[in-house]
Design a protein around this ligand. Sequence first.
Ligand SMILES: [Zn+2]
Length: 339
Amino acid sequence: MTPKERFIKAMRFKKVDRPPVLSPNQTATVEQMDSLGIYFPDAYSDAQKMAALASAAWEQVGLEGISLPFCQTVEAEVFGLEVKWGRRKTDIPEAPFRGYSTPDGVEVPENFLEQGRIPVVLEAIEILKERYGDEVPIMGHVIGPFSLAAHLANMEKILRLSIKNPTLVKEFTNLGLEAIAEYANAMLERGADAIVIENMFASVDIMGVKGYVNFAQPFDRELVRNIRGPTILHICGDGTRIIEEMLATGASCLSIDSKTDARRAVSASRGRAAIMGNIDTVYALAFGTPDEVVAETRRSIEAGIDIIAPGCAISPLTPNRNLRAMVETVKSLGHETDG
Ligand SMILES: [Zn+2]
């Protein structure tokens, strides 16, 4: 079975020989960048370089999927935010919150697919499809509508508005919906096998359960409905109390953080969505020993998770040896459980 066949089956909760092991979020690390001689921002201006850095996850580590791009600033930049490239060329770029006061102040860009770094991402997907398309699944990342709104309006203000003027929050969140769906569908047309909706600011740790339910979930659901292919919904933080709401978006797969109760997510989701995650990215993958990664991976396998993966984006400081320990553990132990 190729990694792609295994991934497609696991996404549809069909029986597989063992769970796939991959990362739905960014995978680039300092070690990979040093070995390739490819750094930021070059990895964002040249599709060949972007494809090469993204494929290091498979080539160097054995992760059974290739996912790109490496940050959540691509859409925000097209919506007029300035991107801050880090001090070091291995730092993941950020788009500091702009603080638009009303949605009317935001210009929704025309010809979205031709703007900013979007053409580079789409071309990189095409290159990867050509190179690995039969063997390894390719996942394209888009930002969740609420997280884009948080970038546009400023997170603190969104939190205040969610109490004082909820309608305005919804208007902000609605702004990006159409453009994000268009971008996701273009990724699928160029060869992506699934779309990862990265909704980091919709975390319950920030917004609370009600905040997610009122301000993020309806837009996630609408986005899923408008994407013409498999979707993976990623929300940071402890998602235990919003699993039902995440399932109700209709996403094909839920990517859960290490704080989320994996067993509860698995038992709640049966037959409705695949569960992906939820290996700790900080204490285990970035700063733990390979033995700690093995133990953490074993925990996720035993919880019955369908697709074993880091619980969030991989830190650039993560050593390849820890990622390999995760991959090898799934390959050796994954057969024992009935994923
Ligand atoms: Zn996350």
